[in-house]
Design a protein around this ligand. Structure first.
Ligand code: NAD
Length: 491
């Protein structure tokens, strides 16, 4: 069994507490490696290394152009190692190799995009209204960044968070999910190979309540960027307030996929399936509520059920597999509990609704579809994070908007229509950070991503997200000659 170490100050090091956690392959149910069970002392060591890198190390003296070049080199190294890293992720989180390899092939674009942006963070010279003053703004790195990531796409989240942070001049300490830490630890070696100075990129693994909480509490961490559940997000938001940390929170969702009777039904059915069964439903953007126009509800439901039934379960490494295992035992139990709750509340199961028999590792759930769902049911309101779809009918645009927005979440929404006026109206009316029209699960390094309402705070990707890693400084220089100004009045 492989034994991993933390990556701190450019070196792989053992945990100070001398403890490890087994990391389990969800497909086989067997532990395949162990990762350090980090404690507050490990976190402190990493934060100090990051702080040194930002203040006294060579990184602090680098020009933004030099930082950008390092990032471009890292991008090429990730591209060259995409297959190996994707295999590690599949072993750790059980998601399909095709999905993880696709993510790893795309991952370098974030380093390229923000590497190119590093030396374009211009300040402004202000046409200041005060005579004899020269005034300008500059953007400075916010400070050491603590990045907490979820298990479903570990290295994608590293790119989303660390590429803008490092482009901005910040050093980072990443605490990946205890369920899938190995790929982030492997990735760390590539930052060293790319020439990142020691301490710029650090990884401390361990439990959320110990290593994660220590990072959020650390006084020398200026900003926390978090991807995970809304309950942990709330806790972190409150905890970060104690030291006035800046926070970006990417949380969960209950995203509606809205199908109008004027759409291309074949494309819509494939989009609905991709929204809920891809990645075994374990994505924050899962389109877990299908809102379908009543005029086509029965026929469309039939189509989606047939397509869902044809999804092949199996080994996530096989190119023939569509549905892999659920990643963690608690998540597996949570999905089955929600299926029970839906039945008890009166929803009718028309596909799946049970563990999948005969699969290794014991953590497979059948793709599941419920009809007769009402908007008040828990299955229509709470995030399941699994392959469970709720279908609700609507009559017209107004009702679709009302149902879609009737949620505490606001991460994403899908709209299926051939009517472009309707597409624009829906995009305006939906309270969601991303609206997809006639597509679903399309993300890009240049498109801001994040949630409205309780789906989070802030955005990742795109130019604007780099601002979350910067502080703006205003400098005013007086070149007035003559007697000093009255010291008792505001200038
Ligand atoms: P989680 O909240 O359990 O854990 C996320 C990370 O936070 C892990 O690294 C964990 O160790 C750490 N953590 C846990 N408790 C902590 C604490 N008290 N203090 C500090 N850190 C702590 O989430 P998860 O189960 O790993 O991921 C699933 C969730 O992530 C789902 O709710 C999903 O919707 C959400 N998610 C959101 C996005 C997005 O971009 N919006 C993307 C993927 C997943």
């Amino acid at each position: 069994m492989k034994t991993y170490q933390h990556f701190i100050d450019g070196q792989y090091v053992d945990p100070l507490g001398g403890e490890w956690i087994d990391t389990v392959n969800p497909y086989t149910g067997q532990a395949w490696a162990r990762v350090p069970k980090g404690c507050a002392r490990d976190v402190d060591r990493a934060v100090q290394a990051a702080h040194r890198a930002m203040t006294t190390g060579p990184f602090a003296r680098m020009t933004p152009t030099q930082r950008g070049k390092l990032m471009l080199r890292l991008a090429d190294l990730v591209a060259a190692n995409a297959q190996r890293l994707a295999e590690v992720e599949v072993r750790d989180n059980g998601k399909l190799y095709s999905e993880m390899k696709g993510q790893l092939d795309y991952h370098p674009e974030w380093w390229r995009y923000y590497g190119g942006l590093a030396d374009k963070l211009e300040g402004s010279v202000m046409p200041i209204d005060k005579p004899d003053h020269f005034a300008f703004t500059t953007h400075e790195p916010v400070g050491v960044v603590g990045a907490l990531t979820a298990w479903n796409s570990p290295l994608l989240f590293v790119a989303w968070k660390c590429a803008p942070a490092i482009a901005a001049g910040c050093a980072v300490v990443v605490k990946p999910s205890e369920f899938a830490s190995a790929s982030t630890l492997e990735f760390a070696a590539l930052t060293r190979e790319a020439g990142f100075p020691d301490g710029v990129f650090n990884v401390v693994t361990g439990l959320g309540a110990a290593a994660g909480a220590a990072l959020v509490d650390h006084p020398d961490v200026a900003k926390i960027t978090f991807t995970g559940s809304d309950s942990t997000g709330r806790q972190i938001y409150a905890q970060a307030a104690r030291t006035m940390k800046r926070v970006t929170l990417e949380l969960g969702g209950k995203s509606p996929n809205i199908v109008f009777d004027d759409c291309d039904l074949g494309k819509a059915a494939a989009g609905v399936i991709s929204g809920i069964f891809a990645a075994t439903g374990q994505t924050c953007i899962a389109g877990s509520r299908l809102l379908v126009q009543n005029s086509i509800r029965e026929a469309f439901t039939q189509r989606v059920v047939e397509l869902g039934a044809s999804a092949r379960k199996g080994d996530p490494m096989s190119p023939d597999t569509n549905i892999g295992p659920v990643t963690t035992p608690p998540q597996y139990r949570k999905i089955l509990d929600y299926i029970d709750v839906a039945r008890r509340e009166g929803a009718r199961c028309v596909l799946g609704g049970a563990p999948a028999a005969g699969m290794p590792g014991g953590q497979f759930v059948e793709p599941t579809i419920f009809v007769d769902v009402t908007p008040q049911m828990r299955i229509a309101r709470e995030e399941v994070f699994g392959p469970v779809l709720s279908i609700i009918g609507f009559d017209d645009e107004e009702e679709a908007i009302r149902l879609a927005n009737d949620t505490i979440y606001g991460l994403a929404a899908g709209v299926w229509t051939e009517n472009m006026g309707r597409a624009v109206r829906m995009s305006r009316a939906l309270r969601a950070g991303t609206v997809w029209v006639n597509t679903y699960r399309a993300v890009s390094f240049m498109m801001p991503f994040g949630g409205m309402k309780q789906s989070g705070i802030g955005r990742e990707s795109g130019v604007e997200s780099i601002r979350a890693y910067l502080e703006t400084k205003s400098t005013l220089i007086s070149f007035a000659e003559g007697a000093p100004a009255n010291p008792f009045v505001l200038r």
